[in-house]
Design a protein around this ligand. Structure first.
Ligand code: NDP
Length: 480
């Protein structure tokens, strides 16, 4: 059994209680590691460490801070293989996905914010009556960064990097389901020479250590990515304390396919947007809306291609879908498929657990599932399933497509597939989603605002938005 430890004040430690939690490899269903079941005392210690590191860290020059972040990015890249294998074991995702997306992006996050902080500037406003205002943007202090299990190191680093770049000290809590690469990151951070206490990582259950962290008086801001229900709970604790808060939550993203799309490119990209990472990306398109003129053809081709996707051992090079993250999650997804059938949905392919031979015979695999015949109002089309399950439905006009797409309480991401530029612009302006892709999906420029509307969250990450979140603006008005 591998043993994960907390990283507090530059030291590796067990939880004060000495308790551990066991975690399981989703592809095999076998326990393979233990992590500290941390609580209040561990959070207290991490916050004290962060507070004592803050005075010096906030005065560290921008180029020095950037240097540490670049070094961390370089070390992640040097350890690409070990980190990719660990991410794949921990999460069940195909190794080649971890190698090509998750880990390179974690390195890119550190490098991006290393550069961004050296280019970050604040505003000044001159007044006609001989006065000038300028805005100081100062680090906040100790901030909490809480991340989910679907893109473990990718999303953890997406929060930590801007927080550190802006001069804050961090107490991070990765998901208890996938803590391994956060632990490996703490070793990398130690090797980078980052001063002790600047980054602390505590492991354990969300309802225990996570709850202690967000409630702690020493924590000045909370950056959270996870489910909408957890986001509500967090907001109910954080808002009355008037801490800064950023919430990146769930989605139920529509994919709008018009008859004039570039058919082959659309088909391949939509398949990816539906099933990448077993459909466990908050940006995956799970409601596929297709113009009626091409509905039958698209349905036939899409279902055929979905049925041919290779589901299996994440380490094998041909595997396109690995295991879903846990037994509980697998059962939840299978439950959603049953509900879809009860609601009158017809399963066109998949719909069941897959048994994989050999070392993965007890793993949590689900066949890519396509369902049709459901209204947009039913729970299958309203609730986030977060697995390899999509619905397809026809529409007959732009207006209908827009109404169907917007008919959800979520507002994270959408993609539009058309060659008609005016339609793309018009729909983009009217779709209630924070992220809109036209003829592409998951094409990311790290400078752009990232986040959702409605029940998909509050605030934006990415580029200068993240640096603004992790700093406190202070206006200074000077009369000449
Ligand atoms: P959860 O909301 O269950 O958990 C997210 C994190 O919060 C975990 O680290 C969890 O710890 C922790 N947590 C749980 N309860 C509390 C609490 N009371 N106080 C503090 N922390 C807590 O999400 P999942 O991990 O299941 O991730 C999947 C969800 O994340 C999906 O809804 C998905 O859409 C969303 N997501 C959103 C993204 C976005 O950018 N908008 C990106 C990626 C995912 P523990 O694991 O120990 O419970």
């Amino acid at each position: 059994m591998k043993k994960i430890l907390n990283f507090i004040g530059g030291n590796f430690r067990e939880a004060k209680t000495g308790d551990f939690i066991e975690i399981t490899e989703p592809a095999t269903g076998q326990p393979y590691a233990i992590l500290p079941r941390s609580g209040k005392e561990d959070v207290d210690e991490a916050v004290v460490s962060a507070e004592s590191a803050f005075e010096e860290w906030k005065r560290t020059s921008l180029s020095e801070r950037a240097g540490y972040l670049r070094k961390i990015g370089d070390l992640i890249e040097e350890q690409l293989e070990e980190l990719s294998v660990s991410e794949s074991i921990d999460n069940g995702k195909p190794l080649k996905l971890a190698r090509s997306v998750d880990i390179p992006r974690a390195a890119a996050n550190f490098r991006f914010f290393a550069d961004a902080i050296t280019q970050f500037s604040s505003e000044s406003h001159e007044m006609p009556d001989e006065a000038i205002n300028y805005t100081l943007r100062q680090p906040i202090g100790t901030v909490a960064c809480i991340s989910p299990w679907n893109l473990p190191l990718y999303l953890f680093s997406w929060k930590i990097a801007p927080a550190l770049a802006a001069g804050n000290c961090v107490v991070g809590k990765p998901s208890e389901v996938t803590p391994m690469t956060a632990y490996l990151l703490s070793q990398i951070v130690m090797d980078s020479g980052l001063p002790p206490g600047v980054l602390n990582i505590v492991h354990g259950l969300g309802g225990e250590v996570g709850q202690e962290l967000i409630s702690h008086r020493g924590v000045k801001a909370v950056s959270f990515t996870g489910g909408t229900e957890t986001g509500k709970k967090i907001a109910s604790v954080v808002a009355p304390q008037f801490k800064k808060m950023s919430l990146e939550l769930g989605g139920k993203n529509p994919t709008l396919i018009f008859a004039d799309c570039n058919y082959e490119k659309t088909l391949s990209a939509v398949l990816k947007s539906a099933f990448a990472n077993q459909g466990q990306i908050c940006l995956c398109g799970s409601r596929i809306l297709i113009e009626d003129k091409i509905y039958d053809k698209f349905k036939k081709d899409f279902v055929e291609r979905a049925g041919k996707l290779v589901v299996g051992d994440p380490v094998l090079p041909d595997t396109q879908l690995g295991a879903v993250v846990s037994k509980d999650h697998m059962n939840k997804i299978l439950g959603h498929i049953k509900t879809a059938e009860k609601e009158g949905g017809k399963v066109l392919c998949g719909g069941q657990r897959i048994k994989v031979d050999g070392r993965c015979k007890k793993g949590y695999f689900i066949a890519p599932t396509v369902i049709e015949g459901l209204s947009q109002e039913c729970s299958t089309n309203q609730d986030e399933i977060f697995g390899p399950v999509v619905t397809i439905a026809p529409f007959s006009s732009d207006k209908e497509a827009l109404e169907m797409a917007n008919g959800t309480s979520y507002g994270l991401a959408t993609s539009i597939w058309t060659q008609n530029l005016s339609r793309a612009h018009k729909l983009s302006a009217e779709l209630d989603f924070g992220i809109i892709w036209v003829n592409c999906w998951l094409l990311r420029d790290l400078r752009t605002p990232f986040g959702g509307m409605k029940n998909s969250g509050m605030g934006r990450e990415g580029g200068l938005e993240a640096l603004r979140f992790f700093t406190e603006p202070k206006n200074v008005c000077i009369k000449y």
